[in-house]
Design a protein around this ligand. Structure first.
Ligand code: ADP
Length: 242
């Protein structure tokens, strides 16, 4: 069953950041979201998660409205939005992904630790499990966040620019894991900053600039007209997209 976003509006200080967004994100499809800085991409993810108030609109999953998700959505926030001085090691961060599945008040045990280590193996980071997260490189931190999301084993994955500023090896690891999630029928929506790689990364793409400009198969959506409507004058050059 898809994730359905219906008429979603978010207002900050009296000014709408996203207007009336209606979007269906299907399972088994890797969906990207692109748009200029300030377009409301992070806001849309946060509104789906219930982290910012919705002025209007609803989010439906499995045919039911969802106010605040309880473990159904795994979220990989922007790396820059996180306090990395927090004294916690890599394995503990990944274990946080298992909390949503545990009965309230139960702490993760041996089975959860083994599962968290398996998720670290998936992102090729198991050797660093004892390290403090603040000591890792940006790419390694991003992998830890992905491992935490994998540990949650959720039906929906929302990722906010996970490829921003990471090395090529990390990019490969992240995309491989996202393809695996897609192939296992998960719902995957990822904010992306690089127009040139949209075609390589995604099956479908949504163009956002406060309003939803277009959504669908990458080839159908990434037209010069749609990109002009999304980026306006900010799109200084438009390389040959073919
Ligand atoms: P994007 O992710 O596309 O760069 P954002 O969702 O971060 O865009 O921001 C959309 C708009 O909302 C921007 O103008 C931003 O300044 C504003 N904004 C984002 N978060 C807040 C907030 N917590 N309070 C007030 N304004 C915000």
């Amino acid at each position: 069953m898809p994730l359905e976003i219906r008429n979603l509006t978010v207002v900050y200080n009296g000014k709408p950041a996203i207007h009336n967004i209606t979007l269906t994100v299907r399972e088994g499809v890797l969906t990207g979201m692109v748009g200029p800085n300030g377009a409301g991409k992070s806001t849309l993810l946060k509104a789906i998660l219930g982290l910012v108030p919705r002025a209007t609109g609803e989010v439906w999953l499995n045919g039911r409205p969802m106010d605040k998700p309880r473990g159904e959505i795994a979220y990989v926030p922007q790396r820059g939005s996180v306090e990395w001085d927090f004294p916690v090691n890599v394995l503990d961060v990944v274990l946080m992904g298992t909390y949503a599945r545990l009965p309230i008040g139960r702490r993760p045990g041996r089975a959860e630790r083994e599962w968290a280590m398996e998720c670290l193996r998936q992102v090729e980071l198991e050797e660093l499990w004892r390290r403090q997260i603040g000591e890792l490189s940006g790419g390694q931190q991003q992998r830890v966040f992905l491992a935490r999301a994998l540990a949650q084993d959720a039906p929906v994955y929302l990722l906010d620019e996970p490829l921003a500023g990471v090395d090529a090896a990390t990019e490969g690891v992240i995309m491989e894991q996202l393809h695996r999630l897609r192939d296992r029928g998960r719902i995957v929506l990822m904010v992306h900053h690089d127009l040139q790689t949209v075609r390589d990364c995604f099956d479908e793409v949504a163009l956002l600039n406060e309003h939803l400009i277009a959504v669908g198969r990458v080839d159908a959506v990434m037209t010069p007209e749609n990109l002009q409507r999304t980026y306006g004058g900010k799109l200084v050059f438009l390389q040959d997209m073919d």
